[in-house]
Design a protein around this ligand. Sequence first.
Ligand code: GTP
Ligand code: MG
Length: 267
Amino acid sequence: MDDVTEPNEAVPWSLPSPWRDTRVAVVVPTYNEAGNIGDLAARVLALDLPRLRLVIADDDSPDGTGDLADDLAKQANAERPDSMLVLHRKVKEGIGRAHLAGMRQALALGDEYVVQMDGDLSHRPEYIPHLLGTILASRAGLVIGSRYVVGGSLSTDWGWHRRLLSRFAGRYVNAILNLSVRDPTGGFKIWRRDVLEGIGLDAIRSDGYSFQVEMNYRCKQLGHSIVELPIHFEERSTGSSKISFAVQVESMLTPFALRFGARRRPE
Ligand SMILES: Nc1nc2c(ncn2[C@@H]2O[C@H](COP(=O)(O)OP(=O)(O)OP(=O)(O)O)[C@@H](O)[C@H]2O)c(=O)[nH]1
Ligand SMILES: [Mg+2]
């Protein structure tokens, strides 16, 4: 199927009660996102979800993202207590480790659903109520904001080589792990708390982007269903990508390790 290139609507839904009162954490790992964090926090906290908590997991960004996030959290918490939290991690350990730290914190605080999203505004915050409504309605273990289901789309700024690579990565992962998910590498997701507890976050090995795939695989192994919701994926407008060569190698090897190697777990 060809990519659909028109952005679909991202009108923030107002969910009906009691859904809008769900305790939901939105975990965002950041490394040098000073140009994005203000807009991101404002858009997340403007959603009509009074019990939403924004959790930033910053790895001591040299551009001061962590300090900016602290200021934003101070303001946010003055308006609505406990609405924003910043984790300051000492070392840059990869997006996977940062997500895990944020998820652990959310679970410890009693949040019932956990959203994970990037901090570069590629993932439109306005889709969060759509993700929450979908997981509540479907009782899936995981809902993925998907670029590759009907109605999903990619920024037209993505060149053909990037589209090809992303499609190849998805096919590669599905071929090895049989996930039957159209966007297995996507990073805009919502989890049910009990599924994260069942997976056991301490057992997750991925540091980088293969975290997404490892988590999907564990979810499926536990017998939970995965639902995909179409999203439009934006190109980042400020800051730069953090994908290193080591992270790309990890992404290539992880599906094998999960299926055949050291990370195999009984079905
Ligand atoms: N805390 C933390 N966050 C990270 C790390 N690496 C990446 N991130 C964040 O993870 C999110 C996704 O990273 P990006 O660099 O945008 O990677 P990407 O979206 O896969 O690639 P692009 O499409 O090129 O932007 C962003 O919010 C980054 O700031 C890391 O080592 N630690
Ligand atoms: Mg990005």
